[in-house]
Design a protein around this ligand. Structure first.
Ligand SMILES: *Cc1c(COP(=O)(O)O)cnc(C)c1O
Length: 377
């Protein structure tokens, strides 16, 4: 009756440090229970210092809100086309629809599982031949693995199309020693409960252009014009981060590097434990790429073997999950144009995310690996 006694192991659960409650308590003590205040400023500064590439940071209510504002700040509006990595979480693409724009999905390449520069250029040429030049590109560092930053930037620059860099899963990842979220025209981060650090819910917009940050904060606080009364000349949003939640973020920033180390150690643990199972594939870091290994993902030879593994883990009260189902296969998005070569569909069918939280114990990892090994052999 082991399923009754085995405690649940989650895919990726929040992991608090020791300082978060102090910052939250300060917010209470000083009555800064508002979507602004010292924790918000300090959290933004801590992120900017960490990213360290002359960036400005606006703390927001979610990563999705950050993508929405990013697209709006890049002037995406009704009827515009936006190129978007298909292999991602739906939050990368939903804001395109919020703006009444049209997503065009691009398949992944095999080295990083992210947006293919070849298919991206093909899509741009195709759309331009149709008389509609895409307005923006949404590229994603999925599972913490940086996309091919130089190649994507070259294509984007060649056709002068701005990039929204979805770094929701990649805080702490680097490309050629530079932190992710500072490469795009606008970068975004997420602090949702399952991410590498969390504020319970939250996100941020990252930009080298101070004017873009100021405009983001303006739009995120209901677009109030400078007047003693409430005066509005554009559509605003209520997207600012709460000072209480930013307090959690201030505490989490102090342990971010530890969290990256722990997630990378999980990845190494799995790799070592399964090294004799040649049928299990891991995603390697190409030269110059450093992944925070937000989630450790494996590829199995077939869908059936993937499912067998997932169900064996589930029977032992261990959560694992298939890789993201590509957007071009989602009922809500399948009617939009896409440029494909089958890569993301194959990853979805054969891939599994293993429990990857920074709070997993050695015992947890041993328990997971035992199930994996028994099921595989
Ligand atoms: C989590 C996530 C988002 C959205 O962030 P939220 O803070 O949950 O709104 C966007 N893109 C990717 C790739 C994500 O994983």
């Amino acid at each position: 009756m082991k399923t009754l006694t085995n405690s649940k192991i989650w895919l990726s659960s929040p992991h608090m440090g020791t300082k978060e409650q102090k910052f939250v308590q300060e917010a209470f003590d000083t009555n800064w229970i508002a979507p602004l205040g010292p924790n918000v400023n300090n959290f933004e500064n801590a992120i900017a210092t960490y990213i360290d590439n002359d960036v400005n940071v606006a703390a927001l209510s979610s990563g999705t809100a950050a993508i929405h504002l990013a697209l709006e700040l890049l002037d995406v509006s009704h009827g515009d086309e936006v190129l978007c990595q298909s292999f991602t979480f739906s939050a990368s693409a939903n804001p395109i629809l919020y703006l009444g724009a049209v997503p065009i999905f691009i398949d992944s390449e095999k080295d990083t599982w992210n947006i293919s520069p070849v298919l991206l250029e093909k899509a741009i040429l195709d759309r331009m031949a149709n008389g509609s030049k895409p307005k923006a590109i949404v590229a994603v560092h999925l599972y913490g693995m940086p996309y091919k930053v130089d190649e994507i930037k070259n294509v984007a620059d060649k056709y002068s199309i701005p990039v929204v860099e979805d770094s929701a899963e990649a805080l702490g990842s680097t490309y050629k020693n530079i932190k992710c979220s500072s490469f795009g025209d606008i970068g975004i981060l997420s602090f949702n409960g399952n991410k590498i650090i969390t504020t319970s819910g939250g996100g941020a917009l990252v930009t080298k252009d101070k004017k873009i940050k100021d405009k983001a904060v303006f739009l995120a606080t209901q677009a109030r014009d400078d007047a003693p009364h409430y005066q509005h000349s554009s559509v605003g949003y209520n997207y600012r981060m709460s000072n209480v939640l930013a307090g959690i973020g201030c505490g989490q920033m102090q342990v971010l590097d530890d969290r990256v180390s722990s997630r990378r150690a999980n990845h190494e643990f799995y790799k070592k434990a399964l090294k004799n199972h040649n049928e299990v594939e891991f995603l390697e870091e190409p030269e110059g790429f450093f992944s925070n290994r937000w989630l450790t993902c494996i590829l199995l030879p077939s869908y059936d073997q993937r499912e067998k593994l997932r169900l064996s883990l589930l029977a032992d009260n261990i959560e694992s999950r298939p890789l993201w189902k590509p957007m071009h296969l989602q009922p809500i998005f399948e009617k939009y144009p896409s440029f494909l070569d089958g890569t993301s569909k194959d990853l979805f069918e054969r891939g599994l995310c293993l429990p990857s939280g920074s709070n997993l114990t050695e015992q947890d990892l041993e328990r997971i690996v035992l199930i994996l090994k028994t099921t595989l052999s």
